[in-house]
Design a binder for this molecule. Sequence first.
Ligand code: ADP
Ligand code: ZN
Ligand code: ZN
Length: 743
Amino acid sequence: MFAEVIINSNARALNKVFDYIVPASLENTIQVGARVFVPFGKGEKLEDGFIINLKETSEFANKEIASVQEENSISEENIVLAKLMARKYFCNISDCIKLMLPPRTGGKKLENRAKEKTGNFVFLKRDKEEIDFLIETEKIKSDKHIRVLKFLEENDGVYKSDLELITDVSSSTIKTLEKNGHIEIIEKQIERNPFIHKNIEKDEPKVLNKEQKKCFDSIAFCIDNNEFSKHLIYGVTGSGKTEIYLQLIDRVIKNGKDAIVLVPEISLTPQMVNRFLARFGNIIAVLHSKLSIGERYDEWQKIAKGEAKIVIGARSAIFAPVKNLGIIIIDEEHDMSYKADSTPRYNAKDLAKYIAKQNNCPLVLGSATPEINTMYQAKNNEISLYTLTKRANNSSLPEVEIVDLRNELAEGNRSMLSFKLQKEIENNLKNKKQTILFLNRRGYSTFVMCRECGYVAKCKNCNISLTYHIRDNKLKCHYCGFETNNITECPNCKSKKVKYFGSGTQKLEDEIHKLYPEATTIRMDIDTVSKKNSHEEILDKFKNDNIDILIGTQMVVKGHHFPKVTLVGVVSADSSLNLDDYRAVEKTFQTLVQVAGRSGREESGKVIIQTYNPDHYAIIEAQKQDYDLFYNQEIDLRKMLNYPPFCDIMLIRFSGKNIEEIKKVSEIVYKKIKNINNENIYIFKPVPAPIDKIKNKYRWRIVIKCKITSKVLDIVNYAIQDEKIKKCKETSITVDINPNSMN
Ligand code: ADP
Ligand code: ZN
Ligand code: ZN
């Protein structure tokens, strides 16, 4: 017997199948999905890999499989899925298999910490980008150091003792890394699972209203009949979507099956999980990135052993090892976090469809502002649509006003806040109500320029201007983590007329302090959200300490319910409107509607949107909170411009230090695809990416507009596997289908 084995590596050259002889002693037990050690290469060094097929003949096999690691094998269905993903997302099969394996502990048993109260947790202190950069430029060289840092990149929050065990280093190695400022060690309360609190009051199912019942009945029918089907529940926040999910899951469990519920990472809060606990008790497993590796391991085991019947998690929970899947629910289905931005660049929504089909079960999507693509499918009867028009608690939508910033300038207002917004903030302060100010740019100023000669301070590694951070008086690159001292004199012409342009959250906070010295504020952006101060903790503090004003980026948009917030100010609605991205308008609309939803959840609320584009339909429909009107205009435009859902966008990115090679490689790929002359494919010439240099690597891209079919995948795979390209080792190629960002 022979086995086709793939090696566990992300090297492009190893993305192929190798044949091995199955020793007679293993013939009866070996299975597809088994994790094996095989001799590889000249030195016959043992490499680990997975069996993806078994067969009776082989022309190539000349070496035997060395051994099998029983505990780490995966199912045959998952091997099929991994193969499919590798082809569709242009990555190695082993990259996909990694998502399906239990959290990597190197086969080591983690300590039993059940009795301890606190433990030392290790976190990365620098950004992942920064660490990678230091390793690449050989500022960090030691194998041990690299091993620890790489492990921490994948696993946030690891017990120090576990880390030493898994990465096989001593306590002093960890200490050195701490001393060098790469990692930090924090003493933290130990909870076996931070989300599973005891003593939750039992919650009974509600009597569904007519709209809810119609939706429930139709999906429950599919559950009972093991029928694959797709459903979209479209209803504003508070219209009772979650109540429907809960009752559907109840039905699934009564039928002896399991459920997967995907939610955006940031809305995976204890409050949210508590609702499931209150209904179902402790048959829930939670998977998300803030769990320590030990906790993640525990949750994974609980699912694999069948103790947990409901998995709630972020994107990668779609790969949870549930035994008998009866439903997949994706809440806030429009959220960008369901699409991965790094290899493998999969879309959990697409995979959910495939997995639901394999398991003959329904897929349920829910949103107040469905993705344009999803709504389009619903309108074309590819997805069953249910609209919930009533809010369960009858609260009304906030009043939304638009302020034209062009008039402010004309009236001599140079502040970031319009007169109107200033007045409303004052009112709110007087009435002891809370305010949220939303601005999607962090730092103080977005760029620094010399007024004399036009010099702009740029990152030395990236073709991007540096952002001024006033708290530590530094200029920082938001792409690679590079930072340098602030400048007061132009390095080019020695002029002192160096000025700051573009305003970020730090500047907004300063302006608020100047205008309202008595107001208390709290800021939430990547710079304030750290390991010690989680997103969750900042929001709790805002709520419980009764802070007057919360200033934040995208992060303030989701989760949490703030009863005392009666004013939301969108400081600049335009920042995402003009991006080079076909979804820019859709994203802007969704964000505005969501931000507006933060105001007046109980009392009547106000929303003020400041913009330079008051006539833009995304802004006007957001003011009316009218998704349907927005959808109609957006879909017409997409059709006219032939954008998704009328086609797919494929982005082929080329990056590397050798710009001549990049040009050559991208030209080869372009010509190869172009020459195939498939009328379905519309390909644009290779050009530099909008940000054409990041971390000292040049970036080029090819954009393709087409319907993704298996033929198209073959053509692109064939083009990027060209022999001439394989010789160009300095250029890496990635392919992204309908990417979150065109950068
Ligand atoms: P959504 O998920 O759409 O935001 P929820 O399911 O969270 O909406 O419902 C909002 C609130 O209304 C919750 O407190 C929920 O318990 C309650 N609710 C939902 N459906 C009903 C119902 N049929 N009868 C009474 N209360 C309901
Ligand atoms: Zn100058
Ligand atoms: Zn940079």
